[in-house]
Design a protein. Structure first.
Length: 545
């Protein structure tokens, strides 16, 4: 019985031990789980803190990058604006250079380099083919001598073949060397001819330039001004004309449009929006900068023309017209207003101190015509209408003064007749010139009516004929008008025009005008007080009404 109680007690103790072990294991697991949870919370906390620190660092870096970018953009804009403010003064330290000596080319040819062809091919050496010396003693007695003779004969044959091959190869080398030498000489002569032709052209250009040939002078100044470096965005189109009689150089240049002035004065980074905002330039500053820019372009062109030492004896006066190609904001149409026109003589201009003056005030000092509001594209009439530069004019001549009594126009000198027509149109109220006989493109004269509405350039042909003027003359005048972009054409004759000419004019009556002999007599009497006659062989035919 006691043994049964002892066994039961042992079972109870074992169960109690298991219960305690399980409780201890449970506590250990709970402790480990709690520690794991605390570690995870710590890790997550550290991660959140690191993430927050990373965000702050990223925001700091983004802010610094935004500030730096805004500063960079502001610097670029200020640099562009400063280059416009100093367009004139920044160019005073240098001048575009164009000398005839620099235009000439020098003959630069490398010496003839034949390379390996210059080295003769070495001839074969007998020693490389010859057998060993003849045998002696017993070797010679037991067939050695015969074998030696065979070897010697074979060596001589091989040597002869090698010598023949060497001669062939050497001959081929010399032929290739001679061909290379001939090709080199041909190329050198070709280069020499090209250089000689180029230098001859430069010499001809210089000779024509020194004598004041208009084409040569215009080419020279066109190339000279094209070498002047302007900021990016400036147009590089210009037209040049030269009048040798008054020693005048005319320059018409394209001005940059008003978008050349940066609309921004700077940039600012806004941290709250993480964006770069534009700081607009004040309208007043924009307009003042553009007006100054227009004035600087004009003064800079005048300086560069006057500063040419080669042209010092050719140009006493420089006329500059500055136009801008843009669109009318009101109509959207393409326009080409003149914003500045100035004429300056050399002595007056050289007295200016360009480094210290105000460009706008300087143009007023030079009596220039300057747009009162260039930014708004308000045009001014040019001092000289540049389209007239396409015509080459002669000096004026008083033809009417030589007419005495009933002078017959058909007996008048053609040169004096053209000048008489010029005087007539000037009396009528137009400003006229007579073009030179050479290269007049079918134009005897040019007249300009300065009326702002009805005026324009008019080309004139004067025909001192005794018979009917052919219709081809009318069509030629029309072609000259189109070529010169003239608004009107007038054909004057001492005789009369046929029906085909009149029909052609009827189709273009707003731009073409025919003046026959009878009307010409009336106009000369009315405006010049001349009583002249036109001794035609027969009277003009009557026209049907």
């Amino acid at each position: 019985m006691a043994r049964g109680r002892s066994l039961w007690a042992e079972i109870l103790r074992a169960q109690e031990r298991r219960r305690r072990e399980e409780a201890r294991a449970q506590r250990q697991w709970l402790t480990a789980a709690k520690r794991a949870e605390q570690a995870m919370q710590k890790i997550q906390g550290d991660a959140r803190r690191r993430a927050a620190a990373d965000v702050r660092e990223q925001e700091r870096l983004l802010h610094e990058a935004g500030l730096a970018e805004a500063e960079r953009l502001t610097g670029e804009i200020e640099q562009r604006a400063q280059s416009l403010r100093t367009l004139l003064t920044g160019s005073l330290s240098s001048l575009p250079q164009l000398s005839f000596a620099a235009m000439r080319r020098q003959i630069r040819v490398r010496p003839f380099q034949p390379g390996s062809l210059a080295t003769p091919i070495p001839p074969p050496q007998w020693e490389r083919f010859a057998p060993a010396g003849p045998p002696t003693g017993l070797a010679a007695r037991f067939g050695g001598k015969a074998r030696y003779e065979q070897q010697l004969a074979a060596a001589r044959q091989a040597y002869g073949e090698a010598a023949t091959e060497h001669q062939r190869a050497e001959t081929a080398r010399q032929q290739r060397l001679n061909a290379a030498q001939a090709e080199y000489t041909r190329r050198v002569n070709q280069v020499r001819r090209q250089v000689d032709e180029h230098n001859a052209a430069v010499d001809a250009l210089e000779a024509a330039f020194r004598t004041g040939d208009p084409d040569a002078v215009e080419d020279y100044f066109s190339q000279l001004l094209s070498q002047s470096a302007y900021p990016q965005g400036f147009p590089d189109q210009r037209r040049i004309a030269y009048r040798p009689e008054p020693r005048e150089l005319w320059v018409e240049a394209e001005l940059p449009d008003r978008t050349i002035v940066p609309a921004e004065r700077g940039f600012r980074y806004v941290k709250t929006r993480k964006a770069i905002d534009t700081l607009p330039r004040a309208e007043r500053e924009t307009k003042q900068l553009y007006a100054s820019l227009v004035a600087q372009v004009a003064l800079r062109a005048l300086r560069e023309c006057f500063a040419s030492t080669d042209a010092r004896d050719l140009a006493d006066v420089v006329v500059f017209n500055g136009h801008v190609s843009t669109r009318d904001p009101a109509t959207g149409k393409q326009i080409h207003p003149c914003l500045v026109s100035v004429s300056a003589n050399r002595d007056t201009f050289q007295e200016l101190e360009l480094a210290h003056l105000d460009p706008v005030a300087c143009l007023k000092h030079l009596n220039a015509l300057v747009s009162p509001h260039p930014y708004d594209l308000v045009p001014v009439p040019p001092v000289v209408e540049f389209d007239l530069a396409r015509y080459k004019f002669t000096d004026e001549f008083d033809a009417a003064a030589e007419l005495d009594g009933r002078f017959d126009l058909l007996e008048m000198d053609p040169f004096k007749f053209e000048h008489l027509i010029r005087q007539l149109f000037e009396k009528i109220g137009m400003k006229s010139w007579v073009t030179q006989a050479s290269r007049d493109d079918g134009v005897d004269g040019v007249a300009v009516h300065e009326d702002p509405i009805l005026g324009g350039v008019c080309v004139i042909q004067a025909k001192r004929y005794k018979r009917v003027v052919e219709a081809d003359a009318v069509r030629a005048l029309w072609g000259a008008m189109e070529d010169k972009h003239a608004t009107k054409g007038i054909l004057v004759t001492t005789s009369w025009f046929g029906s085909s000419s009149r029909q052609f004019v009827a189709r273009h009556q707003e731009r073409l005008r025919l003046i026959e002999g009878a009307e010409l007599k009336h106009l000369l009497a009315e405006h010049l007080g001349l009583d002249i006659r036109i001794g035609l062989n027969r009277p003009p035919p009557r026209r049907r009404s």
